[in-house]
Design a protein around this ligand. Structure first.
Ligand code: MG
Ligand code: ZN
Length: 183
């Protein structure tokens, strides 16, 4: 079974923008490539989990969102960092037919577990929002909050009792924390 670091995308690997609809808007955050590379070398799969309600809102198609993730993975790969997979929840927050994939629900996690044979007890969730931290907790993972991000304050009211195991300034520091815990 494989150990994995699940990664939020917006505000964690790339700069947060309100509506990311084109690959040209991708701006990789400092430390993100280096952090992913360190995790690759330590034998972790690196898998993106991203909520993109702008798909259901009609601002972007599922195919366009997948293309953005493909370009992002290509930009990482060009610098020697491997992103092993990316999952998207396209649903809206207020979808009356409540989906099971929108973080913090476990749909995307479970899909990845099946595809890659992942041991969640040896895995981590890294994100800039308490929604990501709650996702990791529900999956039985250790959790790392990238501090100071947009998402950290935005979701605070929805997850008042959710506390990350660790808080760090950026993705590189998150990788260092994970390596300290697992080596
Ligand atoms: Mg985020
Ligand atoms: Zn969904």
């Amino acid at each position: 079974m494989k150990k994995t670091v699940f990664l939020d995308r917006d505000g964690t690997l790339i700069e947060y923008v309100l509506e990311l609809t084109k690959p040209e808007q991708l701006k990789i955050l400092p430390g993100a490539v280096e952090g992913v590379k360190m995790l690759n070398e330590a034998g972790f799969l690196c898998i993106i989990l991203t909520n993109q309600p702008i798909i259901e809102k009609g601002k972007i198609t599922q195919a366009e969102a997948e293309e953005i993730n493909r370009v992002l993975a290509e930009q990482f790969a060009a610098q020697g960092a491997i992103i092993d997979g990316a999952y998207i929840c396209p649903h809206r927050f207020k979808n009356p037919q409540h989906c099971t994939c929108r973080k913090p629900d476990q749909g995307m996690v479970q899909e990845a577990v099946k595809k890659f044979d992942i041991d969640l007890s040896q895995s981590f969730m890294v994100g800039d929002s308490l929604r990501d931290i709650e996702t990791g907790k529900r999956g039985g993972m250790k959790t790392i909050l990238i501090g100071g991000g947009q998402g950290g304050t935005e979701d605070a009211k929805f997850f008042p009792n959710t506390v990350p195991d660790y808080t760090v300034p950026d993705m590189k520091a998150a990788a260092e924390q994970i390596l300290r815990l697992t080596e």
